[in-house]
Design a protein around this ligand. Structure first.
Ligand code: NAP
Length: 298
């Protein structure tokens, strides 16, 4: 069966990413039944029917998508009281949150216990690409053309491109590698901006100097400008970036990754200073002086 406009999609999670993704699925013609722990956020999503529980959302649906904060939130929504998993009748579970390697393996095993097809499909892209249906979907799952064919129209509704990268788990592996790069990039930008300010260089000049050249990355420009303005409305909440940094360290338990360790520490300090709900670029407040470290350690 191909997913079509008549297919009901259960969408669990209406946060920064989930809300625009659910709206884009509805715009593409899917009948979206959305659930969110804080109901008001689901109520605010145009074009979706709001369910009172994950179970209600999933009942009779053609697919369930999870886009929740972390592995424990996903587990609770799928297998907790009024969870979605037992309500699925032959429909696949498409897991799009970032939950790391161990979390993904655990969810895959749980799905198998319920004889539910599991597709691991985290995304690359933040709030604005989610709003514009421009995400990159890192899909992985069984080599089953029918299953992949059922997932593809859903991915097309939220993303600009899908990479099928292997068996379930491969998507989350690639996502961790990308996050490792992104997290160190943001810390690197924060430190360059701080250094510039402290030695009398306008940090705007730093961004101008790298723009469009081999050292320039649009993401560095985006986050660098937020750091210079010292304004951090959340696109990617710092607490989630800290969670992702910890997932990198967990996956790399046998490796020495000094930068990943340092970035994790910086993000933990920033969160301890009350910056968890700000954008991850607020990690810049932890560099440039010893103010941040001092505050975090008190
Ligand atoms: P978010 O805005 O913080 O939303 C988190 C969602 O998880 C909300 O729906 C929240 O419900 C729910 N949640 C949290 N704890 C829960 C629990 N214990 N039980 C049930 N629901 C719970 O996060 P987001 O930015 O949308 O990110 C969602 C996922 O995508 C995360 O895994 C994140 O790492 C990943 N991701 C984010 C970005 C990004 O740039 N933002 C990019 C790629 C991937 P409430 O509304 O009730 O709090």
């Amino acid at each position: 069966m191909t997913q079509s406009a008549s297919t009901t999609v259960a969408f669990l999670g209406a946060g920064t990413m989930g809300a625009p993704m659910a709206r884009n699925l509805a715009s593409a013609g899917f009948a979206v039944r959305a659930w969110n722990r804080t109901r008001e956020k689901a109520d605010a999503v145009d074009g979706v029917e709001v369910a009172d529980s994950p179970e209600e959302a999933a009942s009779g649906a053609g697919a369930v998508i999870t886009m929740l904060a972390d592995a424990s939130a996903v587990e609770e929504a799928m297998t907790g009281g009024e969870g979605a998993l037992p309500a699925l009748e032959g429909a696949p579970w498409i897991q799009m949150s970032t939950i790391g390697l161990a979390g993904t393996e655990r969810m895959k095993a749980t799905a198998a216990e319920h004889e539910v097809a599991f597709v691991d499909a985290p995304v690359l892209g933040t709030k604005e690409p989610a709003e514009q249906a421009q995400l990159l979907v890192l899909a992985s799952g069984p080599e089953d053309d029918d299953l992949r064919g059922r997932c593809q129209p859903l991915f097309d509704a939220v993303g600009q491109k899908t990479l099928w990268v292997g068996e379930a788990g491969a998507g989350s592996r690639l996502k961790l590698v990308l996050n490792s790069w992104l997290l160190t990039l943001v810390e690197g930008v924060a430190e360059a901006v701080a250094l510039a300010s402290s030695i009398g260089v306008d940090p705007e000049r730093f961004l101008e100097a790298i723009e469009g050249g081999p050292l320039g990355v649009p993401y560095a420009d985006l986050k660098g400008r937020a750091m210079i303005a010292d304004e951090f409305p959340p696109s990617f909440a710092l607490a989630l970036a800290r969670k992702d940094a910890e997932l990198v360290l967990e996956a790399a338990a046998d490796l020495e990754l000094p930068f990943a360790r340092a970035v994790t520490l910086q993000l933990r300090r920033a969160e301890a200073c009350g910056l968890g709900e700000q954008d991850m670029a607020a990690v810049a407040r932890m560099v440039g002086s010893d103010r941040g470290a001092t505050r975090a350690e008190t």
